[in-house]
Design a protein around this ligand. Sequence first.
Ligand code: NAD
Length: 482
Amino acid sequence: MPNKQTHYDVIVIGAGPAGFASAIRCAQHGLKTACIGNWCNKKNQSRLGGSHLNTGGVASMTLLESAKLYHQLNHGIAKHGIHVEAISIDLPLMIQRKDKIVDEIGHKMADLFVHHNIDYIQAKARLLNARQVEITTAEEPGAYSILDAEHIILATGSAPIKLPCAPIDNEFIIDSIAALNLDVVPKKLAIIGAGVVGLELASIWNRLGAETILLEAQENFLSLLDQQISGEAYRIYEHQGLDLRLGARVISAKKGNKKVTVDYQDQEGTHTLRVDKLIVACGRKPNTGELAAPEADLLLDENGYVYVDDNCRTNLPGVYAIGDLTLLGPMLAHKGIEEGVFVAEIIAGFHNPINYENLPSVIYTEPEIAWVGQTEQALRATGEAIKIGIYPLTATIRALAMGKSEGMVKIITSAANDKILGVHIIATQASELIAEAVLAMEFSASSEDLARTIHARPTLSEAVHDAALAFKEKALHLSVGK
Ligand code: NAD
């Protein structure tokens, strides 16, 4: 334990992106704060950052960058007149680099806690009631101590869902965490689930040379996305060599003879695949199993999500839940961070509500997919009159110069007043481009506002500008190459 203090203004349980951001904001408001986390790195050293940093988004991002680089050296660079020979992969070194970056970020987060005078407690926490938390440490499993606080913030995040038909052994049938720590590139890889996690992992291993098959139970590919964008993504991914099998529900997976035999059903019947590794990436569930003692009476729904009101308040006075624990929005790190700050400010006496309507989402494949606001199909279903501006990356100078001209920017506005209702991008660096759209929507901008905003040339962001211009006649007058 870091010190003998047992009473705090705020105790945050969980040190992932949501819990971390919340603890820092509480401290910035002068609240005496403790944050309890139980994450350890591979060497069993205490680490902040939760699963997002250590085994999720950040870890995955570092490998995605390595895989993109390797793929570009093999496939994109010759066109630049650059010849590179004898390119090879040192996978252990690649994984080591990932671990080093993750460790560095963890250290920086710990430094920020020290700087803000936050007590970080490496322990397992359990909510006892609206004011008390029980903590136990790995060193003394039988012993426990009790901390109390005026306010408690629950931020324990989520974990991959397990499929009974595909039992994880983390050698042949692996979860999305082990999938970021393979020691050799599998020759033939299958992934259950073509959601965000499945596609990002496919993007890593396919680029590193694995024949990659995605088995997705739903008939519609990325059904939450704007259909035009998901259609374009499907076409691009298939062209990149991903084997996408839709309407394919996995019913059993068994290991034997150093292979995995996977049975799946589609409209045509039952099929069998033999692969070297099988990754299970079929969703996540909130970490609430051991979060609260039964007598705490914390209200959960039937799927384990913590019940909260619009202000992240649970049924227990003074107890809040944020991030992946609730159904207030999708499981996104940046949503959790906003909620962490929001709740800290409520506790400090402010009320700055979150606008969930302008929450961006990103899929970090190459090209990336990013979106904010409503889809064309959702708006058409409501009968709202809309206008659409589309600009292809093939007409964007910077994208052509980069040799990354696949994709488009699509802006949807209200036909009545030109207000932007949704922006959908499939493009290299779409994750960066979407920030402008989010800001525009936050300020209730119209497509004309975007069209009249001067964008530097040549940049990828011109595609956003030109999609806004595309609402007008002769909009493509600025285009090249198309
Ligand atoms: P998901 O729900 O997006 O996708 C899982 C897919 O698995 C679904 O499409 C489902 O139909 C399919 N599936 C389930 N059982 C199956 C079976 N037996 N056979 C075949 N397919 C099956 O879940 P995910 O991709 O694991 O992501 C979990 C959460 O984490 C999401 O909310 C996601 O947004 C979030 N996340 C976000 C990012 C990001 O922001 N880039 C990255 C990682 C995770």
